[in-house]
Design a binder for this molecule. Structure first.
Ligand code: ADP
Ligand code: MG
Length: 401
């Protein structure tokens, strides 16, 4: 790891100091309550690490997409309440991000106490990464910790700007774990390295395919993404979701990939998602003109599972079918089970992407993956080989050398 983390700080650098921590508490809110709290739980190791060493913890996050001014439905108050339960200790909350009240509250903290600030996107300086706003944020701590992997691809005031004005600026434990797993797969994977890509659109993931192709031993493609490849091969796809303007690109990828790239041999078809119950298996050569491909078929699940069981590193992004509508979840579940078994067999298994992570959680297999990424967009950008501004702005290890 090239960037400094909280573990590089000495106890003296932490004890009694105000740690301003950017977390990703962008969670679903239903009836003023937190729905899925995965992201809150994911931030707890860093919060606990700092508290145990006597830091005064000041947390900040965005939630939803308020446009630079307060919007009650995006308040972080419900998050403070859930965090209190998870930590089993009080969490103070101030209804502001940068006003005097926030600074006062930060100074009033005793070692081990926790304060959560209001939604950073209630401030107009946050998204444009305004320097004055970043300087204001920097007043709220004596050191900066970025643990918000899910927001690290955004150069905002609380993710990037503040790191220039508040030193030391280091990674939290979650951010470190994300970079270790995703970076490890990209830079030094144990082989065979197998990637599985799916989801709805090839267009959003074309750069990921391009970046992964030279690194992987096998690239398995399912989901609606496969349809565009079928068309590139001259295969009839009926009423399936296809991106006609990407067919040429798919052709070029097929030519370059050779036998690295594996497409489904059979698929589940139905007249529509609403008619999911009537889905049946057909060979890809027999997709009816009036039906849509909505999942991979059983022979493909077995083939993909075989590739996965032979792998030492597996990276998965994107569901294999319309998993929200059973029985069209069979392909996605089959892949999730294959990954879980591969983990048991000693492989490193990594899941990225919001919908894929949700599918794994739904199957109850979260704990059987080596790592489930908390960042959808951020993990995609990282896999594309892009630098994440929220990470780049942190202190380098070699600064100290
Ligand atoms: P992730 O969030 O894991 O990156 P995406 O957002 O790219 O995944 O894609 C998820 C969506 O893709 C799901 O809503 C799923 O229903 C859809 N999908 C997968 N396969 C198909 C298909 N064959 N036809 C239509 N939609 C599909
Ligand atoms: Mg998605």
């Amino acid at each position: 790891m090239q960037k400094k983390t909280v573990r590089d700080l000495t106890d003296a650098e932490i004890r009694g100091r105000r740690a301003l921590v950017r977390v990703d508490f962008n969670v679903p809110i239903e009836n003023n309550m937190v729905g899925d709290d995965t992201r809150i739980r994911a931030a707890i190791p860093t919060i606990a690490y700092l508290r145990e060493r006597g830091a005064c913890v000041v947390l900040m996050s965005h939630l939803g997409r308020p446009k630079g001014k307060p919007e009650p439905k995006y308040t972080l108050l419900p998050v403070a309440q859930r965090l209190e339960k998870l930590l089993e200790s009080p969490v103070q909350f101030v209804e502001t991000t940068v006003a005097d009240e926030a600074e006062k509250a930060s100074h009033a903290l005793k070692p081990g106490e926790v304060l959560l600030l209001e939604n950073t996107r209630f401030e107009e300086g946050e998204e444009p990464n305004d320097e004055r706003f970043a300087r204001h944020l920097a007043q709220l701590g004596d050191l900066f910790v970025n643990d918000a992997f899910g927001a690290a691809h955004r150069a905002h005031g609380s993710t990037e700007g503040v790191a220039h004005h508040l030193k030391p600026a280091v990674a939290g434990l979650l951010l470190e774990k994300e970079l270790e797993y995703l970076g490890g797969a990209l830079n030094s994977p144990k082989r065979p390295f197998v990637a599985i890509l799916g989801g709805s659109k090839i267009s959003g993931k074309i750069d990921v395919i391009e970046a992964l192709l030279p690194k992987v031993d096998r690239l398995l493609i399912g989901g609606a993404m496969a349809n565009t490849f079928f068309r590139a091969m001259g295969i009839e796809t009926g009423t399936s979701l296809v991106e006609p303007d990407r067919i040429d690109m798919a052709k070029s990828l097929l030519e370059r990939a050779g036998d690295k790239l594996i497409l489904p041999e059979d698929v589940m078809v139905a007249p529509s998602v609403e008619a999911a119950q009537s889905a049946r298996t057909v060979s890809v050569k027999e997709i009816p003109a009036d039906q849509s491909v909505l999942d991979i078929g059983p022979a493909t699940i077995r083939r993909f599972a075989r590739e996965i069981s032979d792998a030492k590193t597996v990276l998965w992004n994107g569901p294999m079918g319309v998993f929200e509508s059973p029985p069209l979840d069979k392909g996605t579940r089959g892949i999730a089970v294959a990954l879980a078994k591969a983990t048991d067999g000693g492989a490193t298994t990594i899941v990225g992407g919001g919908d894929s992570a949700a599918a794994v959680a739904e199957a109850g297999l979260e704990d059987r993956m080596s790592h489930v990424s908390t960042g959808g967009g951020a993990s995609l950008e990282f896999l594309e080989g892009k630098k994440l501004p929220g990470v780049e702005a942190l202190d380098d290890r070699k600064d100290d050398a």
